[in-house]
Ligand binder design. Structure first.
Ligand code: HEM
Length: 508
């Protein structure tokens, strides 16, 4: 079709300039951004900001964030669509971390957006700030330091190891264990084995939280309103957990003792009027507090152990060092006993430096919480010189911090427990080197650091000792182990292992 001269005039005088201007804007940004461009630095596009780069790298979020921060010199501002309030100051710089988490702690609460992201956990210690957090921390500290609770956790681990591994030890040959929500390895540490459905619901909370972290809030809130995609799964998971916890509490209030679990957190709350309404019913906060305990007790323990076993199984020198450290204790324990298996207790392993180093090294590379989030309450200047504005979201890549060449050396990507060892007073015994927690963030740092670190070390080390002394553990051929897309460092494809009783265990 030929243009009439009138149409031609219109095209050249009005439409063409408009089209050229519209094309020029993105072209200008493409050319500007691609000059000296590092592939790990996301491009900032008109209208959508850096969102496309973030979405494109979502499948590999933790490695991408770590690489982005190295490329940017450890600090980088991620900006979303200009019309949204999405602006994240991301960092893996230990001095900035110390400032945010300790020196200027009061200026960096978790914030309301954090509580929104974690939905059902809002208001609990994990998401609370200021006085509400302080009160809960004091109370939980009191609960977690009760000797009867610590010993019930230790006993629960011992019993599980004895029954589950004992059953494997009594049979001959090789066993294959598929692990999805913790399985053989993970469940050895979970205080009480959760039904698969509930474990899956807890996983969903953490997976959706990561996705919410990396989206402008209006996007996921719209999806939540429409009840679609991950948000629908989240709503179902939350409903299931609330129903489970609600029924347990109601049962306990009605005096049903069959619901008392090995590690009985409920008993510390059940009679407290603060957690019951006027009609004596459990408050919503009570339910959320118990869901929070389910997360706090299951996730770290059932994630830490599979990663530790994976690292030891794939690094034979470390596995041998673990067994060398156990040999004298095993010799003592086996004398006079007549069992298929030697079971190590917290008392046996608490002084074993290599065991602790192996755990810390595993948590360095695979921190249970790979990102930490805070919000700036007021304008501030970070030690790196960057300016922070009130309301900015601060994201710390704990995963990236465990891979900093400046802190851990050129071999920072290797699993090498030896990096943690140092000689004690020249007496020939190893001790574990102290690394300040603002550099080794796996148990968090500052006033909000983990309240369960001691219990965690005391329960994980005897379990791993018992497993590896009695069995050879091999990762199943062809099985790919990689992190899941979640705020908790879990294994994406589960953990498939071959477990075989060791023949060379000293017999009695
Ligand atoms: C290897 C095991 C564990 C690791 C790596 C770990 C790590 C962490 C981390 C990173 C945080 C900070 C979470 C955040 O605020 O974003 C935390 C907080 C916490 N952890 Fe652990 N944890 C472990 C085991 C435990 C255990 C066994 C308990 C309880 C017995 C526990 C109790 C807590 C509590 C109560 C907090 C909240 C502290 C606060 O906000 O003031 N943790 N833990």
């Amino acid at each position: 079709m030929a243009f009439t001269s009138m149409q031609e005039q219109l095209f050249y005088s009005i439409l063409l300039p408009i089209v050229l201007v519209l094309l020029a804007v993105p072209l200008h940004f493409i050319v500007k951004n691609n000059k000296n461009k590092n592939p790990y630095i996301p491009t900032e596009w008109p209208l959508v900001g850096m969102l496309p780069g973030m979405i494109a790298n979502r499948h590999n979020f933790h490695d991408f964030a770590a690489a982005m921060l190295v490329a940017a010199g450890h600090n980088f501002e991620v900006r979303g669509p200009p019309a949204s309030s999405m602006r994240f100051f991301t960092t893996s710089d230990p001095e900035n971390v110390r400032h945010i988490f300790t020196t200027n702690f009061d200026n960096y609460p978790k914030g309301e957006d954090f509580a929104d992201v974690f939905g059902v956990l809002a208001g609990t210690i994990f998401a609370a700030d200021a006085e509400a957090w302080r009160r809960q921390r004091a109370r939980i500290h009191h609960v977690l330091t009760r000797p009867e609770l610590v010993s019930s956790m230790e006993r629960s681990c011992h019993d599980k190891v004895a029954t589950r591994l004992g059953a494997v030890a009594c049979t001959r040959g090789e066993h294959r264990h598929g692990v999805r929500h913790g399985g053989l390895v993970g469940c050895l540490l979970s205080p009480d084995m959760l039904p698969m459905l509930l474990a899956g619901a807890l996983d969903t909370l953490m997976e959706v939280a990561l996705y919410r972290h990396s989206m402008p809030a209006f996007c996921w809130k719209l999806m939540k309103r429409l009840n679609v995609g991950g948000e629908r799964k989240y709503a179902e998971a939350e409903a299931l957990l609330r129903m489970f916890v609600g029924e347990r509490i109601a049962g306990r209030i009605a005096g049903d003792d069959s619901l008392v679990t090995t590690v009985d957190i409920l008993s510390y709350y059940i009679d407290d009027p603060e957690f019951r309404d006027d009609a004596g019913e459990p408050t919503d906060f009570f339910i959320r507090t118990i869901v929070n305990f389910m997360v706090a007790l299951r996730d770290p323990m059932s994630s830490a152990l599979p990663w530790l076993v994976y690292n030891l199984a794939t690094h034979r020198h470390a596995m041998s060092a673990i067994r060398d450290e156990l040999a004298p204790i095993a010799a003592r324990k086996s004398a006079g006993a007549g069992r298929d298996m030697i079971i190590f207790e917290p008392e046996d392993t608490k002084h074993l430096a290599y065991h602790k180093a192996a755990l810390f090294e595993s948590l360095r590379l695979y921190p249970i919480g790979p990102i930490e989030r805070k919000e700036a309450a007021a304008d501030d200047v970070l030690p790196s010189g960057h300016t922070v504005r009130a309301g900015d979201t601060m994201l710390v890549s704990v995963y990236g911090m465990g891979r900093l060449v400046d802190v851990w050396g050129d071999d920072c990507r290797d699993y090498r427990p030896e990096r943690w060892l140092t000689f004690k007073n020249g007496d020939g015994n190893y001790k574990v080197r102290h690394v300040p927690s603002y550099k080794f963030m796996s148990f968090n740092t500052g006033p909000r650091s983990c309240l369960g670190k001691k219990v965690a070390v005391a329960t994980i080390t005897p379990v791993v000792a018992t497993l590896l002394w009695n069995f050879d553990v091999e990762v199943m051929a062809g099985h790919v182990v990689e992190p899941k897309l979640s705020v908790v460092m879990q294994m994406k494809n589960g953990f498939l292992v071959k477990v075989k009783k060791r023949h060379e265990i000293p017999t009695i």
